[in-house]
Design a protein around this ligand. Structure first.
Ligand SMILES: NC(=O)CC[C@H](N)C(=O)O
Length: 222
């Protein structure tokens, strides 16, 4: 599997994400935000967490308009796999690749702590390595993680089984406890918690490994 991990000015989880992909057996190529094309043969794009362009305007808004942003949009449009974590999730909603928006946390605080999630669907390449309803622990670190969507959009996500993860104990006010959602073709996942910070015992847990391993395994078979 070839994973392209994007770096924007202000990204701070790009290296962790690259290492998580590499630990799962992927070839990783790092991609600077000014690139207008993704590396030849890219199987999956990782859009990492951090503070792209300083979170100016809104989290992810400027990154969505960056040169590499257009390449990611085109890649997803061709059915490519994209994983957006935290700021990456915000970027993907700003691009329109995922529905809804990430608003300021209900408590108006930056939250940085491990949280328990429930795997809401196993029907995606990202979540197929878990049991449905399994509890996993991933860290969160965000001030804009309050997932918000109109009633029609929420009903569609629920009806199409596109909620990937839910918080066991909602930390930020997200509607329906949503921590991560899938695109209609199930090939784009955005999530606020950080699975790449849970792939080594030294990080306090390894519940994220199954996500990267399932992705790498599927790509190897393709
Ligand atoms: N860790 C992150 O990616 C943070 C995302 C964004 N800067 C926020 O605070 O909401």
């Amino acid at each position: 599997m070839k994973a392209a991990v994007v770096t924007f000015p202000g990204s701070n989880c790009d290296r962790d994400l690259a290492q998580a992909f590499a630990a799962a057996g992927a070839d990783v190529v790092r991609v600077w935000h000014k690139e207008t094309a993704l590396p030849e043969g890219t199987d999956v794009v990782g859009v990492p967490g951090g503070f792209s362009y300083g979170d100016y305007l809104r989290c992810g808004a400027i990154a969505a308009q960056s040169p590499v942003g257009q390449a990611i949009r085109d890649f997803a449009g061709r059915g490519g796999y994209v994983l957006g974590i935290c700021n990456g999730f915000q970027v993907l909603t700003e691009m329109g690749l995922l529905p809804g928006a990430l608003m300021r946390n209900a408590g108006l605080q930056f939250l940085c702590k491990p949280v328990t999630l429930r795997v809401a669907t196993t029907d995606s390449v990202f979540t197929q390595g878990y049991a449905r309803g399994a509890e996993v622990m991933f860290p969160i670190a965000h001030h804009d993680g309050n997932y918000t969507i109109d009633a029609e959009g929420l009903a569609r996500l629920q009806g199409e089984d596109r909620v990937a993860f839910r918080y066991a104990d909602n930390p930020n006010g997200s509607m329906d406890d949503i921590a991560g959602v899938l695109s209609a073709n199930r090939r784009v996942l955005g999530m606020m918690p950080h699975p790449e910070r849970a792939v080594d015992p030294a990080q306090g847990g390894t519940d994220g490994s199954a996500l990267f391993r399932a992705l790498a395994g599927m790509m190897a078979r393709a």
